[in-house]
Write a protein that binds this ligand. Structure first.
Ligand SMILES: [Zn+2]
Length: 254
C-alpha cells in the first residue's frame, strides 16, 4: 500500500495536470477504438505494450481473459464481461473487440490441471472461486484442447464473427511453447466465439461492422502476436510482419 500511496503522490506532480487536460479533450470528442479483454496478471499492462492513451480503449480484465458465453446471460447469471461489450460496442459504438492472452498464465496453468476429475470436482469448485470460474467459463477451451490429443500439427477450427466465418488455426506450429501456453492460445481463440454469441452484436457482426481479433503476449520475450486468419497462426508483430498484418487488418476489417 505504501508503494501505491507514493505512486499517487508522484502522479500528482508528474501526470495529473496533463491527464486532466486529456480527460477534457476525450469528454468533448470521445473516439474509443477497442474493447480490450485481457488477463488480470500483474505483468500484463496493455496500455503500455500497445502505447495507447486516455480515451483509446475500454479494458476488461479477469483471470484468464475469458468472456463468458451468452448462455449464462440468458440464464440470468450475467457477469461484467458482456456488460462491457454492451457499454463498448452498443453505447459507444466501438468497432473492434480484442482478446489478448499471454504465456505463463496462472489461470491457464490451473485450467490445465482441471483436466483431472479430482481437481475439477464439485467439492473443489465450492472451495475455490477461481476453479469455479474456470470450470464454468473456460472449460470449452479445455475440451477443445483435449480433443487435439496432444497433436498440435493438426488444424483447429474456431468460429469468428458469425457461424459462417469459421477460421482455421495451427497452434504453436514451431513448437516453441509449453503445453499450458498452447492451452492459453486455444483459450484466447475460443473467446472470439463467446463474444460472437451475444445477440445484441449479431446484426453488426453480420454486416462486417464489428470485428473480433486475438492477440497473445509472450511474457518470456515481450513479443506480441497477432492471430492472422490468413496465415492461420499467431504471428509476431515486428518490423518484418507489420506491413502484412496491417494489410490483412485493412482488407478484412476496415
Ligand atoms: Zn493470465
Amino acid at each position: 500500500m505504501e508503494k501505491i500511496l507514493r505512486g499517487v503522490m508522484r502522479y500528482r506532480v508528474l501526470d495529473r495536470a496533463s491527464m486532466v487536460k486529456q480527460f477534457q479533450e476525450v469528454k468533448n470528442n470521445p473516439t474509443p477504438k477497442a474493447v480490450f479483454y485481457t488477463c488480470m496478471d500483474s505483468r500484463m499492462i496493455p496500455t503500455r505494450f500497445t502505447e495507447t492513451d486516455v480515451g483509446d480503449m475500454f479494458v476488461v480484465r479477469n483471470a484468464g481473459n475469458v468472456v463468458p458465453h451468452s448462455q449464462f446471460f440468458y440464464d440470468e447469471m450475467t457477469s461484467c464481461e458482456p456488460a462491457a461489450l454492451e457499454l463498448g460496442c452498443i453505447v459507444n459504438d466501438i468497432r473492434h473487440i480484442i482478446v489478448c492472452g499471454h504465456s505463463d498464465c496462472k489461470a491457464m496453468n490451473l485450467l490445465y490441471k482441471l483436466k483431472s476429475k479430482e481437481e475439477s470436482s464439485i467439492e473443489q469448485r465450492r472451495l475455490s472461486p477461481l476453479k469455479s470460474w474456470l470450470c464454468n467459463h473456460a472449460y470449452t477451451s479445455l475440451d477443445k484442447f483435449i480433443d487435439m490429443k496432444g497433436d498440435f500439427t493438426k488444424p483447429m477450427v474456431f468460429m469468428g464473427e458469425t457461424p459462417q466465418r469459421k477460421f482455421v488455426a495451427y497452434i504453436d506450429p514451431d513448437n516453441k511453447f509449453c503445453i499450458e501456453d498452447k492451452l492459453s492460445q486455444v483459450n484466447t481463440l475460443q473467446q472470439l466465439q463467446n463474444v460472437a454469441s451475444y445477440g445484441m452484436l449479431k446484426k453488426r457482426l453480420e454486416k462486417h461492422d464489428l470485428h473480433i481479433h486475438a492477440l497473445w503476449f509472450d511474457i518470456y520475450t515481450g513479443d506480441i502476436y497477432y492471430f492472422s486468419r490468413r496465415a492461420k497462426r499467431f504471428v509476431i508483430i515486428d518490423e518484418s510482419s507489420y506491413e502484412s498484418i496491417l494489410a490483412e487488418v485493412r482488407r478484412y476489417y476496415s
